[in-house]
Design a protein around this ligand. Structure first.
Ligand code: CA
Length: 387
């Protein structure tokens, strides 16, 4: 693998700083191999190395660490990989349900059951082929060693679309054992305001894929009981804020208006009635940026960075980053670090911009380091390690 942008950065930094402020790795000037430091970075609150761990990944989408420190990685075309002890290998996915691996669809997110150590359950989201079109679905399987068995589909989102984009589909368990799942508007924006469809929603499910007890629209006529919040466009990031227990979501806006939202039950997050974005062809969408019955985002990016995976950092390796929210970006090819105080975003810093490609997912490892996946044909797994 070769990183021309890093070479240009290296040359630029040498020209600007004369090598004084930033010590540069010799690795920048040649092809990088696995386990190699491919960049050294200074930033506001930490200096770190960027290390390439594996580069044989085809459009990786989701990743999750298991209690035994294996890292599971999904590839959009329908493969499951495991990274352990410095090596990447494949776990055969036999009997995987109706996978619609087209456009933005395919095998998407992955997370273990909170009791994985005893029950071995792994949860997946994927785009599920229907007789007409496709939709976002949730599946579960049992992982023993490198053997995956008993794959079953637990939940199929009710959407009405023949597009192959805006599946959303991040999944995370909360502290009560409920599974949050995001579903995009499936390219039909007004679906996000309809409570009789799962499109454009954040759902809260039991570990069997049933509506969670206490969901806000249980008992509301014509509303689906799985819905937790609505008015979302394409939420591709989901993380539990460990200091409050709240779920936070990132979502793609149209042209501008990408958002970070703090998810509360029953709340309408506005799409497509309110947005900070515009039509791709120009012109406004909806009724402006505010509505008294709809929530404002905690943060919005205009122009769009195209945010995907998010995670709150809680580790000791980067003490000055504790409590910060990290958001990956596809279009702007970067990792955003945001400082959070009292459920407000108070500061933003952009890291590793245009260094490695479209960053799809971020997670914290058992070693308290941050891991990144790039969503490219030659996608890769990276680690950020403090200097
Ligand atoms: Ca919104």
């Amino acid at each position: 693998m070769y990183f021309p942008k890093l070479r240009y950065l290296a040359i630029l930094v040498i020209l600007i700083q004369g090598c004084s402020a930033l010590s540069l790795s010799g690795a920048l000037s040649r092809a990088a191999n696995a386990n190699e430091i491919i960049g050294q970075f200074e930033s506001e609150k930490a200096n770190f190395d960027l290390i390439l761990l594996a580069d044989d990944l085809d459009h990786p989408w989701g990743m999750t660490f298991l209690p035994d420190e294996r890292l599971l990685i999904t590839e959009r075309d329908g493969k499951l990989k495991v990274f352990a002890k410095g090596k990447l290998r494949e776990i055969p996915l036999t009997g995987f349900p109706e996978l619609h691996a087209k456009g933005q669809g395919g095998l998407l997110d992955i997370t273990p059951h909170p009791d994985f150590a005893t029950n071995g359950f792994i949860y997946f989201t994927y785009s599920h082929a229907l007789s007409r079109g496709s939709t976002t679905a949730l599946a579960r399987a049992k992982l023993q060693g490198d053997l995956l068995s008993g794959i079953e589909t637990l939940f199929i989102a009710k959407t009405q679309s023949t597009t192959s984009h805006h599946y959303g589909s991040r999944i995370r368990f909360d502290t009560h054992g409920f599974l949050f799942m995001t579903v995009g508007d499936r390219g039909q924006r007004h679906s996000a305001q309809r409570l009789d469809l799962h499109a454009g929603k954040v759902l809260r499910l039991t570990d069997d894929g049933q509506p969670a007890k206490g969901n806000p629209f249980i008992g509301t006529p014509d509303a689906l009981p799985e819905i937790y919040s609505y008015g979302h466009r394409n939420p591709q990031g989901l993380s539990l804020n460990p200091s409050t227990g709240d779920m936070w979501v990132s979502e793609h806006g149209p042209r501008g208006g990408d958002e970070i939202n703090l998810i509360k039950p029953g709340v309408n997050y506005g799409w497509p009635i309110i947005t900070y974005g515009k039509e791709y062809i120009g012109g406004s969408i909806g009724a402006g940026t505010h509505h008294p019955d709809m929530a404002q985002p905690l943060h919005q990016w205009t122009p769009s960075i195209a945010p995907s995976g998010i995670t709150f950092y809680t580790g000791k390796a980067f003490p000055n980053w504790q409590g910060d929210l990290f958001t990956t970006a596809l279009k702007y090819e970067l990792l955003v670090r945001q400082e959070v105080k009292n459920n407000r975003i108070v500061h933003e810093e952009r890291l590793v911009e245009e260094e490695v490609g479209r960053i799809r997912a971020v997670t914290q490892g058992p070693d308290d380091l941050l891991y990144l996946l790039t969503d490219e044909n030659d996608g890769a797994l990276y680690r950020l390690r403090p200097k």
